[in-house]
Design a binder for this molecule. Sequence first.
Ligand code: NAD
Length: 283
Amino acid sequence: MTTHTGAAPAPHSAALRPAAPLSAALGLDLGGRTALVTGAAGGIGRACALRLAAAGAKVRAVDREADGLAALVEESLALGPGLAGVVEPQVLDLTDLDAAEAAAAGADVLVNNAGLQLVRPIEEFPTDVFHTVLTVMLEAPFRLIRGALPHMYGQGWGRIVNISSVHGLRASAYKSAYVAAKHGLEGLSKTAALEGAPHGVTSNCVNPGYVRTALVERQIMDQATAHGIPEERVLTDVLLKDSALKRLIEPDEVAEAVAYLCAPQASFITGASLALDGGWTAH
Ligand code: NAD
């Protein structure tokens, strides 16, 4: 990524904001902007919420887990007194699609992040789980974008960042619902990019490989069963098998890419899918 140190200074005191020098380097000043992040109670969503708050945004943190949101608000206070209160929690189950669409009204930045995973062969995959995965990871993002666009179009500026996955670009066995949802999200993101371009709205995907989050920890046992191998071999033999870089990526690294897509330097990037996959898709 290119950075320009001559960018406009951030509005708040750098002493109050640990991430301010990096935000300034990116020209990323989200002061006065409202960012909605779904799935913000943990993992990548939590990292995105804190990163965007550090850049000055008022963050609406949406999740169905109230305790995780409360912990996030506590953490956001540690960013500095100048940022106290910029993370606002909203407990919401995204399977309530009407509520999801309503929640996005007025957002300047939308990060579609909430997700879930189940690892099972297709013939054993529970149909209700398939439906839930598609609802949370594809239909809810559609409804959130739908809810956010009128305000974004009205002001001629908006940023949509969809947390896709390598599995938006490649399939893996036993992940039918997840792979289907992420491939659908890629199409939704590109369509939003085409429709949003005349209105100053960009829409992009970020595509991480395996990230060190609870979602990955939870699937290790499932992967061991599905592949018939011991749990200790799942990381090397399954998760990192196709990655040239043999490590998990950290949530903060994904959040940095999300922030970059909101920066002025990224204003010509739309309809793109930014792979953070340690070389997986280089195969
Ligand atoms: P995570 O399980 O740590 O966090 C997901 C969050 O989504 C949780 O806080 C959960 O409560 C929330 N959520 C799930 N269903 C919800 C619903 N119905 N309503 C509201 N909130 C709901 O997972 P993560 O690893 O941080 O994943 C975040 C996103 O990143 C997902 O879209 C995932 O597909 C994607 N991703 C993750 C990885 C990885 O390796 N962890 C890799 C690529 C992409």
